[in-house]
Design a protein around this ligand. Structure first.
Ligand SMILES: Cc1cc2nc3c(=O)[nH]c(=O)nc-3n(C[C@H](O)[C@H](O)[C@H](O)COP(=O)(O)O)c2cc1C
Length: 167
């Protein structure tokens, strides 16, 4: 898949098969996260990979719209130090993770973290220092058959409705 195809065919996948993702691939995905831009090049991130079933289930149960995290092979919790642009910095890294994962055929879903009532609880569960803010949770797993087809039915706005050129 070329880069544009990766961007255009990525969709949120919430159902997975029980096939392990090699650590080598998880590391390559995380390596792409650290190439994301950050304000003043602060790189305030902390990426936590949760494979442990008990922890995954506890995280899933804390969320409102992320119960499927427990069926994912792993969950990446994206935290940032509480800097001025932590949310933008963590979000750019999150998007890199989603795209890098899809380049390996791995499905993912961005689950809200920042502003959510469970953000602090997840931080406590993972015993993190106070200076961190939860930006996102990302579920990762090889997609269940047909999930991609279903997900691709999601409607995207037409370019003409969201773009203006000033020439
Ligand atoms: C900031 C943010 C928060 C999101 N939170 C959730 C969530 O809590 N649960 C979920 O199932 N999907 C969540 N999503 C995924 C969106 O529902 C999804 O991206 C959107 O429906 C478009 O579908 P697509 O990703 O397949 O293009 C979130 C996406 C973003 C960007």
């Amino acid at each position: 898949m070329n880069f544009l195809d990766i961007i255009k065919t990525r969709r949120s996948i919430r159902k997975y098969i029980q096939k392990p993702i090699p650590d080598e691939i998880i590391n390559q995905i995380l390596d792409c996260a650290r190439y994301a831009p950050t304000a003043n090049n602060k790189q305030p991130w902390l990426f936590i990979v949760i494979k442990n079933n008990d922890l995954k289930t506890q995280i899933a149960e804390l969320t409102d719209y992320g119960k499927f995290i427990k069926e994912a092979y792993c969950c990446i919790a994206v935290f940032c130090e509480d800097t001025k642009y932590y949310l933008e910095d963590g979000s750019a890294a999150t998007q890199n993770i989603l795209l890098a994962a899809w380049s390996f055929g791995i499905g993912s879903c961005w689950i809200a973290g920042d502003k959510k009532f469970y953000a602090e609880k997840i931080k406590e569960l993972l015993s993190l220092e106070a200076k961190y803010k939860l930006v996102s949770l990302i579920s990762l797993g090889y997609p269940k058959e047909n999930e991609l087809k279903l997900a691709q039915k999601i409607n995207k706005k037409e370019l003409k409705d969201i773009v203006k050129f000033y020439e």
